[in-house]
Design a protein around this ligand. Structure first.
Ligand code: CTP
Ligand code: CA
Length: 228
């Protein structure tokens, strides 16, 4: 259905969405990243805008057009994404973390291209863990005080229900959304598992924008208890 016919259930609310992968540089031309397409996050940004929200979309490196009327902040690394997110959520009522944030970054970033040294031995790479953006936001004063409703996503390759329940509790968030496998990077369809304090509910396989609209309705229905 077209945008203007969507119920304005988030009218005037500031919604922050992270989307896509992050890119963790190793040297000026190489880095580690992942296969996240950003489509789910961009669909949620669009659905939130269509629901009347003011949307900030914090995007890792993806090849997707910005939904009209959405403020987009492009970032590369998890550290950049954390900085942009902490800034944006200061005025937000809802934070939806769909980004596939790299869990680790190279411990050192080489200013120049790492060259083969002729020995035939590959370099040994060291990594450090990236800060958990969702956890940091969810443990912040605004989320703890009930002014910021946080939603997480989980991509699991096995035991989705158990992992999703555990992840929701570990992150201390009211709602966690699981991608029902198999991992569907870049596809236009998906099915989702909603996990909250009451239990588990499935949103059956549908186009990502349809699922995003359903998710926005689910979030809006929960937010009045949080937003004062
Ligand atoms: N997330 C985040 N910052 C990170 C890692 C994850 O904000 N450094 C967010 C993701 O955007 C997602 C949620 O946390 O909303 C769950 O991400 P996921 O990778 O499934 O979980 P992790 O906590 O990283 O645990 P693991 O990858 O080991 O399953
Ligand atoms: Ca992870």
């Amino acid at each position: 259905i077209v945008a203007q016919f969507q119920p304005k259930v988030l009218a005037g609310q500031h919604v922050v969405v992270t989307a896509g992968p992050t890119f963790e540089a190793l040297d000026p031309i190489r880095g580690i990243t992942n296969h996240s397409s950003g489509k789910m996050g961009f669909s949620i940004a669009r659905a939130a805008r269509d629901a009347g929200a003011e949307v900030t979309l914090i995007a890792g490196p993806v090849h997707l057009p910005t939904p009209r009327g959405v403020r987009r902040v492009d970032v590369k690394s998890a550290q950049d994404m954390l900085g942009a997110t902490l800034q944006a959520v200061q005025t937000a009522a809802i934070f939806v973390a769909t980004a596939a944030v790299a869990d680790w970054r190279p411990a050192t970033h080489s200013e120049h291209k790492i060259k083969k040294d002729g020995s035939g031995k590959p370099p040994v790479l060291h990594f450090v863990e990236n800060e958990d953006i969702l956890l940091t936001v969810a443990q912040g004063a605004r989320a703890k005080g009930g002014d910021l409703f946080c939603v997480g996503f989980a991509a699991e390759s096995e035991n989705l229900v158990e992992h999703a329940k555990a992840k929701r509790e570990r992150k201390g968030i009211p709602l966690l959304v699981g991608n029902i496998g198999p991992l569907t990077f870049g596809q236009d369809h998906n099915s989702l598992l909603l996990v909250d304090a009451k239990g588990v509910r499935e949103l059956p396989r549908a186009p990502k924008l349809t699922l995003a609209r359903e998710l926005v309705a689910e979030i809006a229905a929960r937010v009045p208890e949080y937003v004062r």
